[in-house]
Ligand binder design. Sequence first.
Ligand SMILES: C[S@@+](CC[C@H](N)C(=O)[O-])C[C@H]1O[C@@H](n2cnc3c(N)ncnc32)[C@H](O)[C@@H]1O
Length: 287
Amino acid sequence: MVAQSVGFDPVRYKETTREQWQGVAEAWRRWGPTIEDWLGAATRAMLDLAVIGPGDRVLDVAAGAGEPALTIARRVGPTGSVLATDIAPNILAHAATAAAEQGLGNVETRVMDGERLDLPDAAFDAVTSRVGLIYFPDQGRALAETRRVLKPGGRVAAIVYTTPERNRFFSIPVGIIRRRAQLPPPAPGQPGPFSLGGDGVLADVLARAGFRDVRTEIVPSPLRLPSAVDCVRFEREAFGALHQMLSGLPEPEREAAWDEITAELGQFEGPDGFAGPCEMVVGVGTK
Ligand SMILES: C[S@@+](CC[C@H](N)C(=O)[O-])C[C@H]1O[C@@H](n2cnc3c(N)ncnc32)[C@H](O)[C@@H]1O
């Protein structure tokens, strides 16, 4: 379990996180093709490292609008199945709709907190989570729950951001908003986008949760869009935490923050468009 600093309220944090994702659910679905282009390489690495194949029963935690759960559903085929879970019903509803539209009868969705899996022991061959674990106030508890629901020999696989320096498409907006809104950075042990991204941190939390054969792989994941303005539009519409961080500022100051972010992200525009620096780490372990 990670240490929690004084003043941090995990219950309130979780409620706020849920509200944020309720609010941007439609945008996360609408930006789906951009997200797949951005996270596709890391996702393939995650599914390969977790050796997900035909017939597997897979749990996807913090499943969002349905990817990668639907890709997994195609991979496990009709003899396998996927349970997609998320704390925010609005975003998970998009996953259910997409599964139905794509004729995937082997996908089930259930609203569920990733730290409290209302599921039997030893029920899954693999548990995946793409950019989900970083939002959990108690990552140790979430991984203990993951381990409980895995069959012996089952695999956990997760994708998280590495460091702020290597994810400037996101750390620049976060830094500008934090400075303008006079917000402190998350204390060590608190959840946050880069909380598991330091060298060896993801491997360490997996090992401490009792997983063996832990491995990690770094996957460069540049965010490619036509322009910096498009990147800001994506982050404004689909990254609810940024709105939350800005909420204490009057409207003109919020606009000024977005203007500064757009100007700063302009440095990543080139002749081929915008390529925002982003790097993911994929971690896998076996029960
Ligand atoms: C960045 S989105 C990722 C969604 C999806 N995995 C993807 O890669 O597109 C983060 C997701 O984590 C979910 N989430 C945050 N805290 C959670 C918790 N405690 N339990 C379950 N899901 C949670 C949010 O509702 C949101 O859908």
